[in-house]
Design a protein around this ligand. Structure first.
Ligand code: UDX
Length: 432
């Protein structure tokens, strides 16, 4: 099938490349010429394990193309995926849909035959209706149909999540489009993915509801972790004990820092905004947002306690600063609150991240990037494990750190407290 992906961010690029790998002809379009030129040379703008090999392979095979020419790409394709960003509007809860609307407008001016236009960007309920309206201004209704097909890809696991999804959600009342899309996804359905056909509005809501529910699970276990710390209970026992109940499920019950990333914070805010506009209060999700906003403050209090309230001139090392492991994405990372706070209180921060230095910290005088774990840790009074990269799991801190006495605050519970105790390391985990 001939597909066009508008937007080569996470969703558009990963989905486009994976569709090409399934044998489709795919054109990935972006306004950013620099990005497209780089992609043509297989230089990938994001860190995503396995993506560069897939781009190279499919580009070489001629199934995958990159272009800045939206008009030509739309005209050559039967199925158009809108995969542009929908960030939160400044100082608001509402999603900014300007990129979706401008893509729809451009498509509408250039349609030469029947097209299936699919919204893959995360958009509030009824955006499909608005896109249909925009399209109708320039195109006859018989020449297009608007479908919602949300993505559920996790950064760092995006290719695996694309190939082996739990479900594929298609929101449309158009039978022909539904049949065609079922065929497009057939290779994944035959490997076990459930194909869920719904109304367009339901598909839009499924995406927000899923992310809000996962964010709720994490917040739930994070709050229980606070209680576990007081009562000397290991939160991981609680997660396992709860999670083995199939009605609850064990995934997304890992306590840690505030959840971050490009989806959970933005989508929880947007679903609350959508509900507010319909005069419905989503009180559980509002509480989740609030609790998550307060989480960094709670973890920072513990840092202060670990350092006996003496932060000034202390050497603090952060291992990993992105919002989670296996990504280079800093969006809404808990570190963006914690590092500036500790820096302001006079700490000397060194950090190491497998994906390199971050522009967000360049302006801080006492925040330094180090190229190796050893360089980042050797002078440390306190090592904070902020993300769960595999390469942090087996390091021998006793060997690396020159100080006689130092502490470890393991915000992802990657180390064994017993082993740490044996090594005489002052060790603190989350909820244990
Ligand atoms: C998420 C959704 O999982 C995906 O389905 C959606 O389409 C996009 O948003 P992503 O943002 O890549 O994916 O990250 P995810 O792995 O879901 O983690 C989000 C945040 O929750 C991270 O900060 C992570 O560290 C945190 N998290 C996750 C926990 O703290 N505990 C957990 O058990 C799981």
């Amino acid at each position: 099938m001939k597909l066009c992906m508008i937007g080569t961010g996470y969703v558009g690029l990963v989905s486009g490349v994976c569709f090409a790998d399934l044998g489709n002809e795919v054109i990935c379009v972006d306004k950013d010429k620099n990005k497209i030129d780089k992609l043509k040379k297989s230089i990938i703008p994001i860190y995503e394990p396995g993506l560069d090999e897939l781009v190279k392979k499919n580009y070489k095979a001629g199934r995958l193309k990159f272009s800045t020419n939206l008009v030509e790409s739309v005209q050559k394709s039967k199925i158009i995926f809108i995969c542009v960003g929908t960030p939160t509007l400044r100082n608001k809860y509402e999603a900014d849909l300007s990129q979706v609307f401008s893509a729809a407008k451009e498509i509408s001016k250039n349609i030469n035959s029947f097209k299936i236009i699919i919204n893959k960007s995360t958009v509030p309920v009824m955006t499909g209706d608005l896109v249909e309206k925009i399209m109708s201004k320039n195109v006859k209704k018989s020449l297009f149909t608007i479908v919602s097909n949300p993505e559920f890809l996790r950064e760092g696991d995006a290719i695996r999540d694309f190939i082996y999804p739990d479900r594929i959600v298609i929101g449309t009342s158009d039978r022909k489009a539904n049949k065609l899309l079922r065929n497009l996804y057939l290779p994944l359905i035959s490997k076990g993915a459930k194909y869920i056909s719904t109304s367009r509005r339901a598909a839009e809501l499924i995406k927000y509801a899923s992310n809000a529910f996962l964010a709720t699970k994490i917040t739930f276990i994070n709050e229980l972790a606070n209680l576990c710390e007081k009562l000397k209970i290991n939160v991981e026992d609680v997660s396992i004990g709860m999670g083995t109940d199939k009605r609850i499920g064990g995934r997304f019950l890992r306590a840690g820092p505030a959840y971050g990333g490009s989806c959970f914070p933005k989508d929880t805010r947007a679903i609350v905004d959508t509900a507010n506009k319909s005069k419905v209060s989503l009180s559980v999700i509002k509480t989740v947002i609030n609790s998550n906003d307060n989480r960094s403050g709670i973890l920072l209090k513990r840092v202060k306690k670990i350092l006996n309230n003496k932060i000034k001139n202390k050497n603090i090392t952060f291992l990993g600063v992105t919002f989670k492991a296996n990504t280079d994405d800093m969006r809404e990372s808990a570190c963006l609150k914690m590092i500036p706070y500790l820096n302001k209180k006079g700490a000397k921060i060194r950090y190491y991240d497998p994906t390199g230095e971050k522009k967000e910290f360049i302006k801080f005088k006492n925040v330094q990037y180090k190229n190796t774990i050893k360089d980042a840790c050797e002078l440390s009074d306190l090592v904070i494990v902020h993300t769960e990269w595999n390469e942090f799991k087996l390091i021998d801190l006793k060997k690396i750190i020159k100080k006689k006495s130092f502490s470890v605050y393991d915000m992802r519970n990657i180390y064994s407290p017993e082993k740490m105790k044996k090594q005489n390391i002052k060790y603190f985990g989350v909820g244990r």
